[in-house]
Design a protein around this ligand. Structure first.
Ligand SMILES: Cc1cc2nc3c(=O)[nH]c(=O)nc-3n(C[C@H](O)[C@H](O)[C@H](O)COP(=O)(O)OP(=O)(O)OC[C@H]3O[C@@H](n4cnc5c(N)ncnc54)[C@H](O)[C@@H]3O)c2cc1C
Ligand SMILES: NC(=O)c1ccc[n+]([C@@H]2O[C@H](COP(=O)([O-])OP(=O)(O)OC[C@H]3O[C@@H](n4cnc5c(N)ncnc54)[C@H](OP(=O)(O)O)[C@@H]3O)[C@@H](O)[C@H]2O)c1
Length: 525
């Protein structure tokens, strides 16, 4: 790619950089290519697939495969499972990249170390009424310098590419681990054993992982999917001789694959009527109000079911919040097989704690006198996703746009004050591929000039209304970047309307109301 370009070239010649070749980057690339663009994808690793390229051995999809499917490429018939495993997911992703000629667009081992907007300063951005000054995807003043380091030659000077639009697809769950903060002399530095993050554990191959934990006393910190999976794996390997301790501060609802199947089957327009969405009128508000008992019955039935199939009461594992509040905020995990059987047989110990710190031989939990003696601590405590995104911006003003607010992005991918840039894959959802694909289609339409963005004030108001709605239903579990399970169709409708296509995509009225929406419903947009 040349390092600069003139401003009078045709629209489709505009240079676009996509950062990352996980699912989001591949989707952004495919859909923009379809609109005639020729993007370059910078990928720091030497392969595609992002998080799926390096997971712990037992990782499977938590989303039924029909919802984690590219709209224009079905899963191969050989994949019979509803929840395919990591290698099946990787094969599927590779077949997508091959089928749509994406590999040739990717520059592997190319880490974007920073991006700098060339012509804008903070005062100018603040004075804009329209996004980027024009409301359009491109403008002569909208160049970014993308600084790229060749990972295989770290001593070489980075290359600088000048582009007209940047699509950040760098993912949320990798690279920058979140490790709890400890007072001086109470952190890992005083501990004689080993401390790693779930990310490092996932990077080990099967044999290395078993060798690392075998016959060791292991404590896993956290209570989301990484923590549950690792704890299950350690307890299976080490059995009752060296039980694994799962240490957590908050219990979440987690359930079986059958429950996930059932929940997804009910993601239809009728269930979304139970939620009062931004800018809906009095009639729909009244309907949501009248249907709210159904919402309550649904959540109580599921909670009763989970209490029935798992010994939650016996182990004091009933969460303080309702099941619905949790799934509104994109937090639901599938419990690994035989999880409570391992708790029953003593190979897995569940321990809730408000605070803990390190000592030489292990962890001191709350105000307990005796330490929990342990050889290895694995922090499955998540990632600093906002910091990861903000770090890539050279200018402080743009960094602050990411970390300085809890308001969601417009349509979950455009920040009203960051010009000529979109972020795909930032928002979590129960079926990330599904939500990411529709946003990629939307973005490709926007780049091709099919619609303009509203004025910045309206974008900000819209994002605030959306954030308020999400807060109302998820309360203390509110997350800025989440397309809630009960608002999938509503969000898809908005994107379809922007793109000028029919948002009612079923053939019959009854199926429009009662059948679930899946990626295949949005093929050919
Ligand atoms: C183990 C695991 C299992 C999951 N399972 C599910 C599931 O079942 N269902 C679901 O809906 N979601 C799931 N998720 C969420 C998951 O994050 C998404 O489904 C999706 O795969 C994310 O894709 P992505 O492309 O947005 O990000 P990533 O997969 O993280 O890809 C980002 C890519 O960007 C590259 N990159 C990062 N920084 C740079 C840089 N500076 N320069 C160049 N390249 C860079 C990375 O190397 C990576 O290849 C899971 C996440 C994890 C961690
Ligand atoms: N498909 C799969 O099989 C699979 C496997 C792994 C991961 N994933 C996905 O990958 C994403 C990341 O999952 P993740 O489990 O790695 O991270 P995560 O969802 O961010 O969970 C982090 C966990 O660490 C806890 N935690 C954070 N800070 C802590 C602290 N200071 N002290 C104690 N506990 C702390 C959190 O507890 P609080 O709730 O108290 O904050 C939470 O339980 C999720 O979307 C997940 O679904 C999927």
């Amino acid at each position: 790619m040349s390092s600069s370009m003139s401003s009078c070239e045709p629209k489709m010649e505009k240079k676009k950089a996509i950062v990352g070749a996980g699912i989001s980057g591949l989707l952004a690339c495919k859909h923009t290519m379809e609109k005639g663009f020729n993007p370059v994808v910078f990928e720091a690793r030497n392969g595609i697939g992002g998080v799926w390229s390096s997971t712990i051995d037992s990782t499977k999809l938590q989303t039924p495969k029909n919802y984690y499917q590219f709209s224009d490429l079905s899963w191969p018939l050989s994949v019979k499972e509803t929840f395919p495993d990591q290698s099946q997911v990787m094969d599927y992703i590779k077949s997508y990249a091959l089928r749509f000629g994406i590999f040739t667009q990717i520059e592997f081992n190319s880490k974007v170390v920073s991006i700098k907007n060339l012509s804008t300063n903070e005062d100018e951005v603040c004075s804009w009424e329209l996004w980027s000054g024009t409301g359009k995807a491109f403008s002569p003043k909208g160049k970014w310098n993308v600084v790229v380091q060749d990972v295989l030659h770290p001593l070489e000077a980075p290359k600088v590419y000048q582009v007209d639009f940047v699509i950040l697809c760098i993912g949320k769950f990798s690279d920058l681990p979140k490790i709890p903060h400890f007072e001086q002399r109470k952190g890992p530095e005083v501990f004689r054993g080993k401390v790693i993050h779930s990310m490092d554990y996932a990077a080990m191959n099967k044999i290395e992982a078993v060798e690392f934990i075998k016959d060791k006393r292991v404590t896993v910190v956290g209570f989301q999917k990484s923590a549950l999976d690792i704890a299950a794996q350690v307890s299976k390997t080490n059995g009752v001789r060296h039980p694994c301790t799962l240490l957590f501060r908050r219990v979440q609802w987690s359930g079986s694959e059958n429950l996930v199947r059932l929940t997804f089957r009910n993601l239809n327009r009728f269930s979304e009527l139970m939620i009062h969405k931004p800018q809906e009128g009095l009639v729909l508000w009244l309907l949501a109000f009248l249907l709210s008992p159904l919402r309550w019955i649904f959540t109580k039935l599921i909670e009763c079911y989970l209490r029935w199939i798992y010994p939650l009461k016996k182990y004091n594992m009933i969460p303080d919040h309702t099941f619905l509040k949790q799934i509104y905020s994109c937090m639901f995990t599938v419990l690994p097989d035989c999880f409570y059987e391992r708790v029953e047989d003593g190979s897995l110990i569940l321990k809730r704690s408000r605070k803990f710190c390190f000592c030489t031989t292990g962890l001191i939990i709350d105000d307990e006198v005796d330490p929990l003696e342990t050889d290895i601590v694995i922090f499955a405590t998540g990632y600093k996703s906002d910091e990861k995104i903000s770090n890539i911006f050279a200018l402080n003003y743009f960094k602050k746009c990411i970390t300085g607010s809890s308001t969601p992005f417009y349509r979950e991918c455009i920040h009203p004050r960051i010009p000529h840039l979109a972020i795909i894959g930032y928002s979590e959802s129960p079926a990330t591929l599904f939500t990411t694909e529709l946003r990629s289609k939307w973005l490709a339409h926007f780049l091709a000039g099919k619609f303009k963005l509203p004025v910045i004030k309206e974008m900000e108001e819209d994002a605030k209304r959306w954030g308020k709605c999400m807060r109302k239903y998820s309360r203390e579990n509110y997350k800025r970047a989440c397309v809630s399970v009960m608002l999938q169709i509503y969000c898809n409708d908005q994107l379809c309307r922007d793109m000028g296509c029919n948002h009612m995509r079923k053939k019959w009225f009854l199926s429009e109301i009662f059948s679930p929406y899946q990626p295949a419903d949005y093929a050919n947009i």
